[in-house]
Design a protein around this ligand. Structure first.
Ligand code: NAG
Ligand code: NAG
Ligand code: NAG
Ligand code: NAG
Ligand code: NAG
Ligand code: NAG
Ligand code: NAG
Ligand code: NAG
Length: 629
């Protein structure tokens, strides 16, 4: 009898322990929703992929309809190629029977069948000229031959066979970046009112331009909640040349009529950073970022308890400012582009108002990526001193993140520290794709408390080895940025928090003892730095440090240490702006180690130490049961 009680309790406690183990995310709040979407993987629209993710089942369901009566290949790859890809091949024979195999590829040749099969085919049917297959997989199968699917961007690869025999698929293959966790499927744009903030601009005839436009949104007589933002890019020109844009809100100073201040410039545009025209445009009042979109991005839908409050003041027109980055490598002129944002709003207000915070490393020469470097890490910190002042007692809930870097960006990570303890990463993207930047709903919301530190880590490859130049912080896509743009609630005036080495200290590392600045090289660029001393390095900073400086192995190592773990100057833009003090990683850091779901399941759910704890608990509880009965 006692054994039976013990056994029952053991089972109960074991289940209980497992539940707790899954909730080791500490201050995070588990979201229980289904993400789904559908996309053609090819331009010809011959391969349609649909998916849905169940966070509770930790499983992803796929359906592919492809214009083939041969096999359908689907895979997830580290970089878009075959090597290292996790591949599923399936189809239906003419006699109706179906086939499938879980495979992986070691190169550009027929993928090898996995030792264990983790993809499940639920149906395959063929109606010429199409085949439809349905299949699913655990997000993390714990099979080393499979690729774990996370809430980061993945590169999917696809192929369509001419026949059911697995032979070379010719041109019928390709790759696309997708984030399977994006869309919240309970949003129906048809059912909501919206307002547009859309610019019609003539794209400047230069390779890179930041074009800024002013916009007017009609007064609302009562408060609304914006619950989704959707990019509007009309036509192929807009899609091809709009690299990214940021929507800012314009706020007039007190006692100034916004209609008088901003009204005259509505509908007009200018080079955002062109020093000549600035005084005619009141953009200094348009500094609150509201929404960020980048190439490849989709609609951003808010969680069901949050909305972005509009307007700031009832019965007053609101003014916005869009900073659009156009890519125009062919220097096309006279091309009119219509791009901007459609905001969907509701009248029945939700529980919370939303705000936006940028955590970054400053965009300056202090962000210098060495020549011929791979996996070079730059860290930008949002200091504990800053959150101590700007985060309210009850904390802030972070629910959405957009990573932003340029062409050399390879990996991005947003880390979270409380004291010397590191909490789970807020965002990780090990396959960062410049052409696919997007506000991503966090699958687990994160509580930011007073005194917490956030650190954004950006990993770069200075890929253009033939050119052999350093890459510095800057606005063009060939220069770099390092940013995490976060949505949170409840809203505060807390908008920017980051760090960088100050310029003289940064320069001192190269032995630079005297320098000067001159005007930007292009409209909107940053000032150009000229080195005056020492004599061996005189000349423009990028030229000298690329070609005159001796990048010895020893220097590289010391420089990397400084850029990732060294002390930096912090800045903080909130209610009480602070720009003093230094910041780096916490001392005696206890690093976060992600839970290894796999080692756990291999040991059928518990380890020796858990078993002992469970046994002790069970004995204690049995004792308690016996005593109390
Ligand atoms: C997800 O896909 C599976 C398989 O197609 C389907 O059974 C399930 O109902 C879907 N779930 C939702 C919420 O769409
Ligand atoms: C259907 O066709 C395939 C390929 O020709 C064959 O391998 C399989 O045995 C057939 N199945 C049935 C049920 O006839
Ligand atoms: C780009 O085009 C503009 C206007 O057509 C011209 O003034 C400019 O010199 C061109 N620049 C380059 C780099 O070709
Ligand atoms: C902004 O929009 C409102 C309402 O449509 C209008 O009354 C006002 O004149 C507009 N202002 C400008 C400068 O266009
Ligand atoms: C690499 O550098 C060369 C030489 O300056 C340049 O022509 C080329 O456009 C660069 N490639 C990329 C991808 O930036
Ligand atoms: C830096 O160089 C300028 C120009 O040569 C010179 O006037 C100045 O004294 C120098 N400053 C220092 C600190 O050496
Ligand atoms: C760079 O430094 C290394 C190690 O000190 C030295 O061997 C090499 O000659 C130097 N190269 C140049 C171009 O000065
Ligand atoms: C005002 C309005 O129509 N709101 C709708 C917006 O869309 C959501 C989700 O689709 C609906 O639940 C609302 O009723």
């Amino acid at each position: 009898m006692i054994y039976k009680v013990l056994l029952t309790l053991l089972v109960i406690t074991l289940t209980h322990t497992n539940c707790q183990a899954r909730n080791t995310k500490g201050s995070q709040i588990q979201q229980d929703s289904i993400r789904s979407g559908e996309e053609y993987l090819d331009l010809e629209q011959n391969y349609l992929l649909k998916w849905n993710v169940s966070l509770t089942e930790k499983r992803i369901y796929f359906e592919v309809t492809a214009k083939t009566t041969g096999y359908i290949g689907f895979g997830i790859s580290p970089n878009g190629g075959m090597a290292g890809a996790d591949i599923f091949i399936a189809g239906a024979y003419q006699n109706g029977s179906q086939y499938s195999s879980d495979r992986h590829a070691e190169g550009e040749f027929t993928p090898i069948i996995d030792t264990t099969s983790d993809w499940v085919l639920t149906s395959a049917s063929e109606t010429a000229p199409h085949t439809t297959i349905r299949f699913n997989r655990l997000l993390n199968t714990c099979d080393e031959e499979d690729y774990p699917i996370t809430d980061a961007t993945v590169r999917v690869i696809y192929a369509m066979g001419d026949t059911d025999t697995l032979e070379h698929h010719g041109a019928n293959k390709g790759t696309k970046s997708i984030n399977f966790f994006l869309e919240d499927d309970n949003f129906d744009p048809e059912k909501n009112d919206s307002f547009d903030i859309i610019a019609t601009s003539v794209m400047p005839a230069q390779e890179t331009s930041y074009w800024c436009t002013f916009h007017n949104v009609s007064a609302f007589s009562e408060k609304k909640h914006v619950i989704a933002f959707e990019p509007v890019l009309e036509g192929e020109l807009a899609l091809a040349h709009t690299h990214h844009f940021t929507l800012f809100k314009c706020i007039a100073p007190e006692n100034v009529n916004p209609d008088e201040l901003f009204g005259p410039v509505v509908g007009q545009g200018l080079h955002c950073f062109d020093s000549e025209n600035q005084e005619n445009f009141p953009k200094g009042y348009c500094t609150t970022p509201v929404y960020g979109w980048s190439k490849g991005g989709k609609r951003t839908v808010f969680p069901s308890n949050v909305g972005l409050p509009v307007p700031d003041k009832l019965n007053e027109n609101e003014y916005y400012y869009i900073e659009t980055h156009f890519d125009n490598p062919q220097n096309l002129s006279g091309k009119e582009i219509k791009s901007g944002v459609r905001a969907y709003y509701i009248n029945n207000l939700r529980e919370h108002d939303a705000g936006m915070l940028i955590v970054n490393h400053d965009t300056s020469p202090a962000l210098t990526v060495p020549v011929e470097s791979e996996n070079f890490i730059i860290s930008g910190h949002c200091s504990s001193a800053c959150t101590e002042k700007e985060v309210p007692e009850e904390g802030l809930t972070l629910f959405n993140n957009l990573f932003h870097s340029h062409l050399a960006g390879r990996k991005m990570k947003l880390r979270h520290f409380r004291g010397n303890k590191e909490l789970p990463w807020i965002g990780v993207d090990d396959h960062y794709d410049f052409n696919y930047q997007q506000s991503i709903p966090l699958s687990t919301y994160v509580k930011l408390e007073k005194g917490d530190q956030l650190t954004v880590e950006c990993t770069y490859d200075n890929f253009n080895k033939s050119e052999n130049r350093i890459i510095t912080g800057g606005l063009s896509t060939r220069e770099e940025m390092c940013e995490a743009i976060l949505w949170y609630y409840p809203k505060r005036e807390f908008i920017l928090c980051g760090s960088a080495q100050d310029i003289p200290s940064h320069f001192a590392q190269f032995g630079i003892t005297n320098f000067t600045t001159k005007d930007p090289a292009y409209p909107g660029g940053f000032p150009v730095y000229d080195i005056l001393a020492p004599e061996t390095l005189t000349g423009e900073y990028v030229e000298s440090i690329s070609f005159k400086f001796n990048w010895t192995q020893e220097f590289r190592e010391a420089y990397q240490r400084e850029k990732s773990t060294g002390e930096q100057v912090n800045y903080c833009l909130g209610v009480e702006s602070i720009n003093e003090g230094t910041v780096k990683y916490p001392e005696n850091l206890e690093e976060f180690v992600p839970e290894n779901e796999c080692s756990r399941s291999e040991n059928s759910g518990y380890t020796v130490s858990i078993s002992i704890a469970v046994l002790l608990l069970a004995i204690l509880q049995t004792f308690h049961v016996i005593v109390s009965t």
